[in-house]
Design a protein around this ligand. Structure first.
Ligand SMILES: Nc1ncnc2c1ncn2[C@@H]1O[C@H](COP(=O)(O)OP(=O)(O)OP(=O)(O)O)[C@@H](O)[C@H]1O
Length: 251
């Protein structure tokens, strides 16, 4: 078997007396698209930050291509992070910069390097997300929320990361625009052959984007399975959550 792209082993994290992760185990294979679902406050973002090396777990191990992330700093962590692309929840574009510089930000680290080449790279990545050259010189605030998401997607893929993290990719979009973004994510993941990890409470998005879904509850992964089992999991916690019922084992 190949080495998993990402492996979380018994990851535990508390903030003061609040035990947020209580032994999370999760394996994501190369080329796989995984979604973590769970209630607000269930620790989805904390799990993501642990993988990114932004939060240090109290216990456990996180391996990326077999390399330990926990406790890794400096140049070694920078090298691991160079494999990552991230689509933030609120798009997080810089409004002081035109679209093309936003898209190439990860390549130039904010410096104005080789503008002609960077504009070409921006244009190529914008085309991949269905935007044409007319947006290159616009400011993000001149775009709709759906277009801003596309620009943020173009920025996430521009450095050709091996792993892309999608943090609530459909938040703030109407259901139709959300579905357009879901479709785009599916085709980008397929075309670029990347590994993807999405955290979301949008079930339609999880079902569309992910090959497999894992549910976090009380600090543990209580269910994992293929996306077409999400509504047929046989797990009362998953059932209640995906159907959005107020009554059930989750109080
Ligand atoms: N830096 C921190 N310091 C203290 N507590 C934190 C910190 N980061 C997260 N928490 C706590 O950890 C818990 C889980 O938060 P997290 O943001 O991971 O939830 P989530 O599942 O991503 O929720 P949402 O869907 O609302 O984004 C919350 O109770 C939160 O208050």
């Amino acid at each position: 078997m190949s080495v998993p792209k990402i492996e979380m082993r018994d990851v535990t994290k508390a903030f003061g007396g609040n035990k947020v992760l209580d032994g999370v185990n999760l394996t994501i294979e190369p080329g796989e698209s995984m979604a973590i679902i769970g209630q607000s406050g269930s620790g989805k973002s904390v799990s993501l930050k642990c993988i990114l090396g932004l939060v240090q777990p109290d216990r456990g191990s996180i391996l990326v291509d077999g390399e330990e992330v926990v406790g890794t700093r400096g140049a070694a962590m920078t090298r691991i992070r160079s494999k990552f692309g991230l689509l933030f929840q609120g798009s997080a574009l810089f409004d002081s910069l035109p679209v093309w510089r936003n898209v190439t930000f990860g390549l130039t680290r904010g410096r104005n390097r080789e503008p002609a080449k960077m504009r070409m790279i921006a244009q190529e990545n914008l085309e991949r997300v269905g935007l044409d050259a007319r947006v290159l010189n616009l400011r993000p605030s001149e775009l709709s929320g759906g277009m801003q998401k596309r620009v943020a997607l173009a920025r996430a893929i521009a450095p050709r990361p091996e792993i892309i993290f999608f943090d609530e990719p459909t938040t703030g979009l109407d259901p139709i625009r959300a579905d357009v973004i879901n479709d785009l994510i599916v085709s980008l993941v397929d075309d670029l052959g990347v590994t993807a990890l999405t955290i979301t409470h949008d079930m339609a998005s999880a079902r569309k984007i992910a090959h497999r879904v894992a549910m976090l509850y009380q600090g543990r992964i209580i269910w994992r399975g293929p996306r077409d089992r999400l509504y047929d999991s046989g797990n009362p916690y998953v059932d209640q959550f995906v159907q959005g019922r107020a009554v059930g084992p989750i109080s």
